[in-house]
Design a protein around this ligand. Sequence first.
Ligand code: NDP
Length: 395
Amino acid sequence: MTSEVSRRGMLGLGVGATLAIPAMTRAQRPLPPHREQDSVGVAVVGLGKLSEGQILPALKRTKGVHLAALVSGVPEKAKKWATEFGLPDSAIYSYQNFDTIARDPKVQIVYIVLPNAMHADFTVRSFKAGKHVLCEKPMAVTLAEGERMIAAGKAAQKHLMIAYRCLFEPVNVSAMQMMRKGVVGAPRLIKTVMGKQTSLSDPSDAWRLDMAMSGGGALADMGIYGINATRYLLGEEPTEVRAWARTDRNDPRFKTVEDMVAWQMKFPSGAIGEGSSCFSQPGTMAWQAIGTERRLVADPGCFYNGNAVRIVGGKDDDQPRVAEIDHFGNEMNWFADVVRGRAPNVAPGEEGLQDMRIIHAILQSVRDGGATVKTGFGYKRAYDPATVVGIRTAI
Ligand code: NDP
């Protein structure tokens, strides 16, 4: 993508742009400021790259949520963060004594930021402790685990949200709104490219390269963004998929997981989704939506920051104006509003399970040499993020 596109998106500037977006939704109206006593306490479980790099910094900035506890296998690391947030030692838990968090009324939400294979157990333990759960993507490794997590939430009558941050990211929300408005014309093709380089010497990559821990290598880790984006851009669910993989089994990184997977998804409207995920390429999180009249191009489209979307084929002064915000903070605030009963859960466990089912279908097709695998699982979103989330400009 050209630097001009990135620059525009990053600055949130179009040239004199006024692209009308759908009428203001409930969530776009200014909410009353979160009062201090309203702020919801969050326990962050697993202090790895995502927690230390994005989530904890975001928790310093958000008004609707605050850090109430830390759960880690490394006491010194937890102590360092507790000190930074002014939390007492009693707010630090290990994986072994985690269940005693049930007696901590300051924690209402448990945010699970562990390797994928640990999501299900910690979700179930959190529900048993009477907490709401925000769980990182992919929600689990097996479909049975995903179903167990949903059932545990229902039994505990607590909320489960899967941390699909792009549903709370202004560039992606504005793109969904443009798609619903028909800015591209009739959608024809959604293309998504997600990947990065990996190294076995990076502990954060090592578990991602282990099928038992990750549930699918680049596909489960990054391809999931493309699958989710294709679904939310089109606002419909695929009926079938087919996929192929290219993996060098002599590369020590790819003993158990696939490296590059490329897939096609067919949708009821006739639109096609084409995606790829790869763990041996430069960092990429890009998508484009091609319609009968125009294209939306986002490169980067799903990074932590710097995302940008450009309309190609329209007038140059038609570009969307989207300001950047910390979408991790926006996502946590949204879930706090779900817990308070003020917002719908746009990414419940069922949403996470739908992506997992599609991932499993893609891997099935790979095993079957690109055979068509049906994906009519009967899932229907309860809420369209395009209409309920809206674009917020502050967290
Ligand atoms: P890291 O490997 O960097 O961190 C995971 C942390 O989990 C570790 O630092 C450790 O924390 C804890 N942990 C406990 N047991 C283990 C174990 N057996 N092996 C490794 N770690 C263990 O991973 P990330 O932070 O990158 O990813 C965590 C989750 O977040 C994953 O589910 C991933 O898919 C998701 N993710 C989501 C992103 C998003 O944008 N939404 C982006 C990146 C990741 P401690 O030392 O405190 O015990």
